[in-house]
Every structure is written in structure tokens, then in C-alpha cells.
Design a protein around this ligand. Structure first.
Ligand SMILES: NC(=O)c1ccc[n+]([C@@H]2O[C@H](COP(=O)([O-])OP(=O)(O)OC[C@H]3O[C@@H](n4cnc5c(N)ncnc54)[C@H](O)[C@@H]3O)[C@@H](O)[C@H]2O)c1
Length: 250
């Protein structure tokens, strides 16, 4: 019996990186997975992997910055698999710039995806979770939602917003048996960090502050997200799970 047997999970940004790893792992553990992304081909290929392995998944188009897109994605997901038990607000983008170099357009764009996207997703899924009488929402923040670092001002502001939106939502929806937690990955080897890790100077800076001196694979974060998604985390809400190889330990 899988750890997510008979549960339906929607994962945003699941076409690549950590979202894709979570989709595969959740399906392996018995969940029916809604693989939601703006990247339709990527989402379809994750669904193919899952179904080839005997799991259950569908791909849906989702732009997390758009409320109507959330409504459509959830309607399709519920029609396919029934009410949603688990939401992973994972989609995100990175802009590496200090305040003076960040344009207003860039600030608005990253906030619309990384912060407003989490707000809209949460809002869109709550009725479905209330209908099942339980739910687990996992918001992917970052170590950059906890500590500062150079040249990621707007990104850090979005991830700090996600950290506290998590606690606010946890407070409001505990009476409905809906748990809400944030996950704070450190440096993870995905498309988002490809270029950064390929630059020896930047990689040295990023990994020099990671006690374990290596980036993680997306699956190493997915396993933490799986725990929070499952009933094993039944007394966890409003918490911050740090998966950072010790980045914030010093
Ligand atoms: N990689 C890291 O080191 C790292 C560290 C901490 C936190 N994070 C966070 O983890 C999450 C996943 O990142 P990743 O590293 O797997 O990156 P990734 O680039 O591999 O995946 C991000 C996914 O989000 C999707 N996406 C982007 N904008 C979208 C939108 N408007 N609507 C729907 N989907 C959209 C992309 O198509 C992509 O599939 C992000 O929130 C990121 O900020 C990443």
C-alpha cells in the first residue's frame, strides 16, 4: 500500500525539476497526479513516464498567475480523479539581480508567479479540500525565504512572502483539517540552477556555504514533500521544512 494511496494530488510546475520528481514519486506511492504546467510537452512527458511505470496521471495546462487558469485546471483534475487531497505549489521562476538592477516589470512578473501563484492556487483548491474533509498544501519556498544572499532581491521577497502566507493559511484552515507547510530547498540541480552551477565562481559561492558541499538532486527534496503530503505528517502545519544540505545551519 503506497503512502499516498487513493489520494489526488495537483502539482504546479510539474513539467520539470522538483515538480516532476514529486509527480513521479507521488504516483509511485499510489497518488493520482495532476501534472500542471505552462509547458505542455514537458507535462505530457512526465505523465508518460508515470503511466509507463503503471501509475495514474494527467497533464493539464496551468498558468499559476491566472485565476481562470487555476479554475480550469482544477475542474479538469477533479473530473478525472475526484476531489483534490494534496496541492504542491511548486511553480516558480528565478531572477538574479540586486534591487537597483531589477525593473518594475521584473518585480511584478516574479511576484505574479512565485507569490500570487501560491495565493491563487490555495484559494482555488480549498473548496475541493473542504469537500473531502482534509487536505495538505505544500508551498515551495526556498532557503532564500529564510536568509538573505546577494543578487536575488525580488526572488527572495517572493519566497519570504510564501513562507508567511503558509503560516497564515495554516491558521485559517486548521479547523477544516487542512494542513499547510512550506519547504525550503537549498541548491538543487534543476533547469533553474543549470547556468549558475555551470559557472565555477558562482558554483563555488553557492556550494561553499552548503555544509554538504554539493547540490541536491530533485528527488531528495521530493521525499520531504512526500512526507508532508502524507498522513504521516498529521501533526505538522504552519511549519518550515528545510532541505538544504546545511546551508542555513551556520
Ligand atoms: N533549484 C533550486 O535550487 C531551488 C532552490 C529553492 C527553491 N526552488 C524553488 O523550487 C521550485 C521548483 O523549481 P525547480 O528548481 O524545479 O525549477 P524548474 O525550472 O526545473 O521548474 C519550474 C517549473 O515551473 C514551471 N512554471 C514557470 N512558470 C509557470 C507558470 N506561470 N505557471 C505554471 N508553471 C510555471 C516551468 O515551466 C517549470 O516546469 C520553484 O518554486 C523554485 O523557486 C528551487
Amino acid at each position: 500500500m503506497g503512502r499516498l494511496q487513493n489520494k489526488t494530488a495537483l502539482i504546479s510546475g510539474a513539467a520539470s525539476g522538483m515538480g516532476a520528481a514529486e509527480a513521479r514519486l507521488f504516483a509511485e506511492q499510489g497518488a493520482q497526479v495532476i501534472v500542471a504546467d505552462v509547458d505542455g510537452d514537458g507535462a505530457q512527458s512526465v505523465v508518460q513516464d508515470i503511466t509507463d511505470a503503471g501509475g495514474s496521471a494527467i497533464a493539464v495546462h496551468l498558468d499559476v498567475a491566472d485565476a481562470a487558469s487555476w479554475d480550469k485546471a482544477i475542474t479538469r483534475g477533479v473530473k478525472a480523479f475526484g476531489d483534490i487531497d494534496i496541492l504542491v505549489n511548486n511553480a516558480g521562476i528565478l531572477i538574479m539581480k540586486p534591487v537597483q538592477d531589477t525593473t518594475e516589470e521584473e518585480w511584478d512578473r516574479i511576484f505574479s508567479i512565485n507569490a500570487k501563484g501560491v495565493f491563487l492556487g490555495t484559494k482555488a483548491v480549498l473548496d475541493s479540500m473542504k469537500a473531502t474533509g482534509a487536505g495538505s498544501i505544500i508551498n515551495i519556498s526556498s532557503i532564500y525565504g529564510i536568509v538573505g544572499a546577494p543578487s536575488a532581491a525580488a526572488y527572495q521577497a517572493t519566497k519570504g512572502a510564501v513562507r508567511l502566507l503558509t503560516k497564515a493559511t495554516a491558521s485559517d484552515y486548521a479547523p477544516f483539517n487542512i494542513r499547510v507547510n512550506s519547504v525550503h530547498p537549498g541548491v538543487i540541480a534543476t533547469a533553474m540552477t543549470d547556468e549558475l552551477l555551470a559557472d565555477p565562481e558562482v558554483a563555488k559561492d553557492l556550494l561553499g556555504t552548503t555544509i554538504m558541499e554539493r547540490p541536491a538532486q530533485p528527488e531528495e527534496v521530493a521525499r520531504a514533500v512526500l512526507f508532508l503530503a502524507s498522513d504521516e505528517a498529521s501533526f505538522m502545519t504552519g511549519s518550515e521544512m528545510v532541505v538544504d544540505g546545511g546551508y542555513t545551519a551556520q
